[in-house]
Ligand binder design. Sequence first.
Ligand code: RM4
Ligand code: MN
Length: 388
Amino acid sequence: MVVMTDNTLTELERLMIELPSWAFGNSGTRFRVFPTPGSPRSIHEKIEDAAQVHRLTGLAPRVALHIPWDAVDDYSVLQRHAADVGMQIGTINSNTFQDEDYKFGALTHEDDRIRRKAIDHHLACIDVMDATGSRDLKIWLAEGSNYPGQTDMRSRQDRLADSLQTIYDRLGPDQRLVLEYKFFEPSFYHTDVPDWGTSYAQVAALGDRAMVCLDTGHHAPGTNIEFIVMQLLRLGKLGSFDFNSRFYADDDLIVGAADPFQLFRILVEVVRGGGLNNPDVAFMLDQCHNIENKIPGQIRSVLNVQEMTARALLLDRDALAAAQRENDVLAANAIFMDAFQTDVRSALAEWRASRGLPADPMAAYAASGYRDRIVAVRAAGTQLGWSA
Ligand code: RM4
Ligand code: MN
């Protein structure tokens, strides 16, 4: 039986993970979207589903919106609805990847009219943030090119810098911009923000309230993601995580499912770099549950983050530092692996029960009857899809 120290429990108590609204809607691959019975028909229902995840885990009081997918006429009504079910509205995500005009770019587009339209969309997202009290504007750009010679990569960086500056200048004093990178897709040859270095260069030019968003699924296979985490924390520019897992490309699978050891290594660097429970570093999920049920899929993900955080906190850092100083390669590695291989599940179950939460949130969800209710109540009407 693992004994958690008071310090570990205090850290776990403060852990907060933001849920993506789009994880609750139907999603799929480019081949097929399989609808899940009971999927939400409105952003209100997505927030109600997110509230179930929080109710059963105590870990996820915020839900991120994607605009225009989650656009409503009155955001104060939406905010009240969220508060009524115990939730807050978190990060606002812009979307410049589904409009016909953006075929050849948005914030990098050669045509000033289209580039201005994309900038204005971001300014409208900041209006939403003002209304919801959200702090972060998250920008992920689908721009790039498919063939060598197709476009001038250099001038696109210059236009991107100019566009981001206009957006950044509109932010309020307590608001931030986080720029997410992704190495490929939908563009297959070059991408305008493909890596942390490009994101860092762009946000560093803007100022203190512009940071990098690291989506764990957005790297080439074999990338040492924990090194990037270390470096961005060292530079004070890690603004947020989009957690998910992947086997091949941007699979958006349950966090920790594909490579639990990688999740552990990332969280070890987060703890090492002061990024845990640090308001400057938002923990978010970015996932699509294509074949599994969405609410338990999100429950499983937040529990996996909690479990790996607990294991990272168990790492004996003093012993590790001593072994590192001695260049005792095998001892250092053994200390590291000991923490990873510690089973914290029953300790966390007990701890949950002691706080009035279900010891087993997955079982509690299955027993709650919530799924049967939404399947019945939402049988009529149109379910929301990933791109609704
Ligand atoms: C993108 C990116 C963004 C997310 C969309 C849905 O790949 O990861 O964070 O908003 O997907
Ligand atoms: Mn993402």
